[in-house]
Design a protein around this ligand. Sequence first.
Ligand code: BG6
Length: 481
Amino acid sequence: MAFQHDAPFVIIGASGDLTYRLLMPAIFRLYQAGKWKSPVVGYSPDNWGNQDFHDHIEHGLKEFVAEYSSQAWARFRPLLSFHRGELTGQDFSALADIIGSGSAVFYLALPPTLFGQAGQALAEAGLNRAPEGFRRLVVEKPFGHNLKTAQELRQALHQGWQEEQIYRIDHFLGKETAQNLLVFRLTNRFLESIWDAEHIRSVQITYAETLGLEGRWRYYDQAGALRDMLQNHLMQLFTLVAMDPPATWAADSLHNHKTEVLRAVRQIPPHRVDRFAVRGQYTQGRIGDRAVPGYREEPHIDDSSTTETFAALKLRVDNWRWHGVPFYLRSGKRLAQDYAEVAIQLKEVPRGLFGQGRENWLVFRMKPDETIDMVMWAKEPGLELNTRRRVLSTPYKREEEMEYSAYEQLLLAVAQGDRTPFPRYDEVEESWRIVDPVLQAWTQGQPEAYEAGGQGPAGQTRLMDEHMAWRRIGETDRDTP
Ligand code: BG6
């Protein structure tokens, strides 16, 4: 693959929060690591010149890049320029002179309601094609608000852009532990032979946050936890666990396999949503020693809001590999701890010669630490044949190792034309198909209240199959004392 990344990188929405907090810090860090050479063109309707743009970005870099140095900034700054314009074909056409006839990337750092309009206007200005090189369009999440609007957005974008030109951001796919999930699974011989319904009893994917709204009320109160976390991020983690191994490491092969497993997820019946999905909303409580308000008491939130701040799903996969294995996905705000993991529960051995309840787990932990843990059983020293739990745990990286943030990984992948870490449209559509009946059912009724700082709504246990339980948020696996 050609390592081509000096093509101009145009950020549409250059004065926004995403550019300030995430994109430019990631680009600057890549630059400092010698991995970024592209000129960056900031585009927005603000009445700015280059100097205003530079000052704004410099301010953000000082705040968000720990390794910021003024020498590096002085070298980096000439790469940045600003162009003022609206999201119209006419205004965009002025960009043609700036970027020339070669390759370029357009990043839509915009509110989601503007993705379609911006993509179409870029195409109208002829920026979707280059006589000498590639043109790529990067679209942030969320891609649609439900199945119907995702289909509409696809239609709007596909009028001017080929699917191969579109890079949809799901920053979880740029996370080290998400990438490692696939690498670990597909590199270690012993795993594939147990990676099925014969050996695996259940899979639990948890992404628990202590954070609340963090000023994002405008977006979050419309979205809720199911759209914000499960439809995209957790569903992607699910596909990495459940997909069949692709024959080659090529984007389309990978996406075909991911789509296939998503298609195998059983439709949640609209009249039985409660058996497959649980929602909750936090009330006031404590995070550590800090008292926090309930969701309905948050600034700008209506005191009758029914937005869910916790969502859990049970998925059934109707294929040979996973017949009968439940997949549990859950995520919530204001929970006991920042705690995230993909936990694979193995079936017990057929005859428990040394006791019952000796479960093995393989856990890919993302928070609080990035580790791979295997829960095993071994003999306890002594005269009896007693067992005790031993956790084989390995940190994902060594202390001194450099880690790239999800945005750094993904920006570089866009620049290199590597489509593997970006969901293809059919994956996105299938994910919406899975959650759509739940979204529809949740337009009625109320989420269950749960106290901030706890484990989430009590009702989540109703998703569990017999003799199963949710793992405790905040309690990593430990050796038997
Ligand atoms: C974002 C969600 O996509 O992911 C946020 O909108 C959430 O609500 C965040 O907090 C979690 O990801 P990370 O990488 O910040 O832990």
